[in-house]
Design a protein around this ligand. Structure first.
Ligand code: ATP
Ligand code: MG
Length: 399
C-alpha cells in the first residue's frame, strides 16, 4: 500500500454556512469514536476535510468503518510529498502504477497556493506526459477516466489522491435532534431508521411485543436489527413494550375490522409518551402509502389523530422493491425475512377496514381503559442499550 492518508470530504455540510464548523466538529467526533479500535491513527481537522494518517493501520479496514459514517461524502486515499515538481511527479507515478486495473486516467491538478509558479493546466500536461511515458497501459480520458488522479498543491506540501470511495452521505448523527422510531421485525421500519439517521437524527427504537403470543425469536430479531442499525449511529437504544394486555383488551372490546386501527392508535400514544420522556421531538414509522390496509390515507389520518408529534414516514412514496434494495444494502434484509410472529398479526382479522373513520375509532375506544393500558405499557417498558461489543448478556437495562 503506497498511501499514508485517508482524506474525508464532507459534502452537504459545506452548505451549512455559519454552522459549518459545528457540523464538522461533530463529524470529527463521530469519526474518532468509530475509529477507536485503530490506536495508531492520527486524525486532523482542516477547513475542507478531515485527514486520517494511517501510521501503518490497514487502510481497507479503516475505509470499511468510514463508509458507514453519516456526513461523509467521499474518502480518498492520499499520499503527501513536497511541493517541488519532481517530488510531485514521483508521487503521481506511484499512484498510477499502483492502480493496475485502470486503463485510462486523467490528472486534475490544483494550486491552493496561488503563488506556486506552475499553473494547474501546466501541471496537468507535465504530469500527464510523465504517466503516459512510464505506464504504457494507460491512456488519457478526460471525461470518464478509470483513474482520476487529483493533485493539490498546498503551501508546504502537495497531496496526491488515489481513487475516491463514496461515503454514506447525509449529515452527522445528532445534528438533527432525536426521533422515536416504531421498529417492527419487518423489512420496512429498519430502512426507515437508516434513512432518518442518515439525515442527522439520533434514532431510538420502540418495539411492541405480545408474549407469549410472540416468541423470544421475534425479540431476538429486533435486537439483531438494532445491532445492524447501531453500526451507522453510535450506541442504539431499544425500548421493548409489553403489549399483550392491551391487545387482549382490544380483542375483547373492539369489532374485528377496527382492531388494527385501535391497536395502532395505542401504539402511537405509547410511543409519544416514550418519545417525550426521552427528549425525542418526532415519531417515525416504516409506512408506505397503500402498501397494506393500515397504510391508506384514511387509516393514517385516523391513527395520527392521537398524537401532536410530527410523524416521519421516510418510505411513504417508495415502492417495496426499492425499500428492499436499501434493506439489502444496509444488511438488514436477511434478518427481516426470518419468519416470526409479529404482535400485529395476533388476534387480527384477515380483512381489516381499509378506510377507518375517526369518530368510529373514538367511539370504540370508549369501551377500553385507554389511559390505563397506555400507562401500564409505558411503565413496563424494558430499555436496552446496544453498544459496541454487546452480546445479549451485556445488554444494559437503562430505565
Ligand atoms: P415493516 O416491514 O416495518 O414491519 P409493514 O409493511 O409490515 O412494515 P405494518 O405491519 O402495517 O407494515 O407496520 C407499519 C409500521 O408500524 C411499521 O413500519 C413500524 O414502523 C410500525 N410497527 C408495526 N408493528 C410494530 C411493532 N410490533 N413494534 C413497533 N412498531 C411496529
Ligand atoms: Mg410488519
Amino acid at each position: 500500500m503506497i498511501y499514508d492518508y485517508l482524506v474525508i470530504r464532507f459534502g452537504e455540510i459545506t452548505l451549512k454556512g455559519k454552522n459549518k464548523k459545528q457540523f464538522v466538529i461533530k463529524l470529527e467526533d463521530d469519526v474518532r469514536d468509530k475509529l477507536r479500535s485503530f490506536p495508531k491513527l492520527e486524525i486532523k481537522r482542516h477547513f475542507d476535510d478531515l485527514e486520517v494518517k494511517l501510521n501503518g493501520e490497514n487502510s481497507n479496514d479503516v475505509l470499511a468503518v468510514l463508509k458507514k459514517v453519516f456526513g461523509i461524502q467521499n474518502i480518498s486515499p492520499a499520499l503527501k510529498v513536497g511541493t517541488g515538481l519532481d517530488a510531485i511527479r514521483t508521487g503521481v507515478l506511484r499512484v498510477a502504477e499502483q492502480e493496475k486495473s485502470a486503463r485510462t486516467f486523467k490528472i486534475a491538478a490544483r494550486r491552493k497556493d496561488k503563488r506556486y509558479p506552475i499553473h494547474g493546466s501546466e501541471l496537468n500536461q507535465e504530469l500527464g506526459a510523465s504517466v503516459l511515458k512510464q505506464c504504457g497501459w494507460l491512456k488519457v480520458d478526460v471525461h470518464h477516466p478509470d483513474l482520476p488522479i487529483r493533485v493539490e498543491v498546498g503551501y508546504h506540501e502537495a497531496r496526491i489522491y488515489g481513487k475516491e470511495v463514496q461515503g454514506a452521505g447525509g449529515l452527522p448523527v445528532g445534528t438533527s435532534g432525536k426521533v422515536m422510531l416504531l421498529l417492527s421485525g419487518g423489512i420496512d421500519s429498519p430502512v426507515a431508521a437508516y434513512l432518518v439517521a442518515r439525515r442527522g437524527s439520533i434514532v431510538e427504537a420502540i418495539h411492541f411485543q405480545s408474549p407469549p403470543y410472540t416468541s423470544d425469536r421475534a425479540k431476538q430479531k429486533v435486537i439483531d436489527l438494532s445491532k445492524k442499525l447501531r453500526e451507522f449511529g453510535g450506541k442504539f437504544v431499544l425500548h421493548l413494550v409489553p403489549f399483550t394486555k392491551a391487545q387482549v383488551a382490544i380483542r375483547d372490546a373492539v369489532p374485528e375490522d377496527y382492531r388494527i386501527t385501535i391497536m395502532r392508535r395505542l401504539m402511537f400514544r405509547i410511543a409519544e409518551k416514550t418519545a417525550l420522556k426521552r427528549g425525542a421531538l418526532a415519531l417515525a414509522t416504516g409506512e408506505s402509502l397503500g402498501q397494506v390496509a393500515s397504510q391508506t390515507l384514511e387509516s393514517m389520518n385516523t391513527i395520527n389523530a392521537v398524537t401532536d408529534l410530527p410523524i416521519l414516514r421516510p418510505l411513504i412514496a417508495m415502492d417495496k422493491i426499492d425499500i428492499a434494495r436499501i434493506a439489502k444494502k444496509i444488511d438488514t434484509y436477511d434478518i427481516s425475512i426470518r419468519p416470526y410472529e409479529d404482535c400485529c398479526t395476533i388476534f387480527l382479522p384477515k380483512a381489516p377496514r381499509t378506510r377507518p373513520d375517526r369518530a368510529h375509532a373514538e367511539r370504540f375506544e370508549r369501551n377500553l381503559a385507554v389511559d390505563q393500558l397506555v400507562h401500564e405499557a409505558v411503565e413496563g417498558i424494558e430499555t436496552l442499550v446496544i453498544d459496541d461489543d454487546s452480546n445479549e448478556d451485556a445488554l444494559l437495562n437503562l430505565l
